[in-house]
Design a protein around this ligand. Structure first.
Ligand SMILES: [Ca+2]
Length: 336
């Protein structure tokens, strides 16, 4: 029951935004472009800036349902606010761990909508959108993010999603979700992926977060390190015949000096091993190893340089080791 209504809500969600955005979305240059990588740690944003999120492309759209989940109306899209007042989303501080740093994105129901008081359900969508072109056919794109629960009360639900919507009716053609309703209050990283087929060319792709609440029940979920790209930055766990053997760990290396970091891994058998570093958009920063390794423990030191020998910017990076059909990912945090 809940799943069915969730899907129906989502179908409604994309309708009006796309109609209003047609002049922008269907501009010739945009329609020819490949999907674009996106990465956001929210660290560069000013918490008191009301357009901090909207100027980074974030949009919001609201849907309202009766107490029995009958669809009532939608409103939007609007440039994403940065509350106060408490509507849709806000930049938060003090919720991060070491890799989330100072600033986070909080997504919650639109408490400015007084239909809360009527017992109606208010679904808030906070998202980015792009147009899919032929250049992306065959590619797999990953929407990934850190998340932890804030405060969900009553029957509030929360979800992260990738949607595709087909003009001219903007029917929902994909609705890929990760349920955020029951995640822990500790940070973890989540992934949703989509492979672009030829039938999706010309459609709109949205990725983002939604929450659904009534009676002003709490609905906050914290998100950070949002990425959209062709390289997964989530350690999905080992697979293959030697499952569970490959591990990658990162530690500072006082011997090397500076803020060099050591990536240590153990290969379960002789064979080809690659160790690569990516930024938060999934772009390759540098390759630390790509060749034959003997079984056993190995390590590589990263001095914070890209493939051209330039010092990288401060922020979050991902190290990936691939060996013998297994893959492991670890995070590296570079300080200035
Ligand atoms: Ca952050």
């Amino acid at each position: 029951m809940l799943l069915r209504t969730t899907r129906r809500r989502a179908a409604r969600t994309g309708l009006l935004p796309i109609l209003l955005l047609v002049p922008l979305c269907l501009a010739p240059a945009a329609s020819q472009a490949d999907l674009l990588t996106y990465g956001q740690s929210f660290e560069g944003m000013v918490q008191t800036d009301p357009v901090a999120l909207s100027s980074d492309g974030w949009l919001v759209y609201g849907n309202v349902f009766s107490p029995t989940m009958a669809y009532l109306y939608g409103y939007g899209p609007f440039p994403a606010p940065n509350s106060p007042p408490p509507a849709f989303c806000a930049l938060e501080t003090g919720q991060g761990g070491p890799t989330q740093e100072a600033m986070q994105l909080s997504v919650f129901s639109d408490y400015e909508n007084t239909d809360h008081a009527n017992g109606n359900w208010v679904e808030s969508n906070v998202y980015q959108e792009q147009t899919i072109s032929a250049a992306s056919v065959g590619q797999t794109w990953y929407f990934e993010f850190d998340a932890k629960i804030g405060n969900l009360g009553g029957a509030t639900t929360a979800v992260a999603f990738i949607k595709t919507l087909a003009p001219p009716t903007y029917a929902l053609t994909n609705f890929l979700t990760a349920d955020m309703t029951s995640i822990p209050a500790t940070w973890d990283r989540y992934s949703i992926s989509i492979t672009i087929d030829a039938g999706l060319v010309g459609q709109i792709l949205q990725f983002g977060f939604a929450s659904m609440a009534t009676n002003y029940d709490p609905s906050g979920v914290f998100y950070d390190n949002v990425t959209f790209g062709q390289t997964s930055t989530v350690d999905v766990g080992p697979a293959g015949p030697a499952a569970g053997v490959l591990r990658l760990s990162v530690r500072g290396n006082p011997v090397a000096g500076g803020d060099a970091q050591v990536l240590a891994f153990a290969a379960s058998r002789d064979g080809r091993v690659s160790v690569r570093l990516y930024d938060v958009t999934g772009a390759l920063v540098t390759t630390l190893a790509d060749g034959d390794f003997a079984a056993g423990s190995h390590q590589r030191t990263w001095h914070g340089l890209d493939a051209g020998g330039r010092q990288v910017a401060a922020g979050l990076y991902f190290a990936e080791v691939v060996a013998g059909g297994e893959r492991a990912v670890a995070r590296l945090h570079r300080l200035r």
